[in-house]
Design a protein around this ligand. Structure first.
Ligand code: TMP
Length: 202
């Protein structure tokens, strides 16, 4: 069985990545690839329960506790869903993965970057995306797309999201072969074309 591919979609909340991942999924299905569209946190089962806590818990959550909950969701997701699918030749499209923890808990919350990298490595046990697309957009624009009803993470404030955005740009600079930045202020159609181009290059 030929190995599938693992493509992750990243960016600050409201960047439009979820629209784009669905469009890519549709495109790949039309080309007769077998795909799996999934997400972190909360792909299914236990992950959905962790997502509910992570996004809606109203009491105090320490940044390290928050990191471990995202990492717990990731370990379950990788072991039970992502790795088996890739081994079966499936193209796995994942809405957020390791770079979200680096950008949000590392750059955003201010936890030590090398520690987050180490914890990410433990959670994924050797898995690495073949391609990561970061959807980059001005934070005022992305936050205005979310509207007024915000979840726990979305309520973190503009300074936090500016750090997250800068974090993604840093990650892309450090791993230019894997991580590609796409201008998310363009039209949905143009962005989709760029995404397809990047996937074709794989
Ligand atoms: P989503 O709404 O794009 O599905 O993402 C859920 C939220 O969780 C979003 O605000 C980003 C945040 N998040 C982290 O802070 N760290 C992580 O590791 C992941 C996967 C998501």
């Amino acid at each position: 069985m030929k190995r599938g591919l693992f493509i992750t979609f990243e960016g600050a909340d409201g960047c439009g990545k979820t629209t784009q991942i669905k469009l890519l999924d549709k495109y790949l299905c039309s080309q007769r690839y077998t795909t799996l569209l999934t997400r972190e946190p909360g792909a299914r089962g236990l992950g959905e329960k962790l997502r509910e806590i992570l996004l809606n818990y109203e009491g105090e959550v320490s940044p390290m506790c928050e990191s471990f909950l995202f990492l717990a969701d990731r370990a379950q997701h990788v072991d039970c869903i992502i790795k088996p699918a890739i081994e079966n030749g499936v193209y796995v499209l994942c809405d957020r993965h390791t770079d979200s923890t680096l950008a949000y808990q590392g750059y955003g919350r201010g936890l030590d970057i090398d520690r987050i990298k180490l914890l990410n490595n433990i959670a994924v046990n050797g898995l690495k995306p073949d391609l990561t697309i970061v959807f980059d957009i001005d934070i005022k624009t992305s936050l205005s797309r979310i509207g007024t009803k915000k979840d726990r993470m979305e309520s973190a404030g503009i300074d936090f999201f500016n750090r997250v955005r800068a974090g993604y740009i840093n990650i892309a600079k450090q791993e230019p072969d894997r991580v590609k930045i796409v201008d998310a202020s363009d039209t949905i159609d143009n962005i989709h074309k760029k995404v397809v181009e990047l996937v074709k290059q794989l």
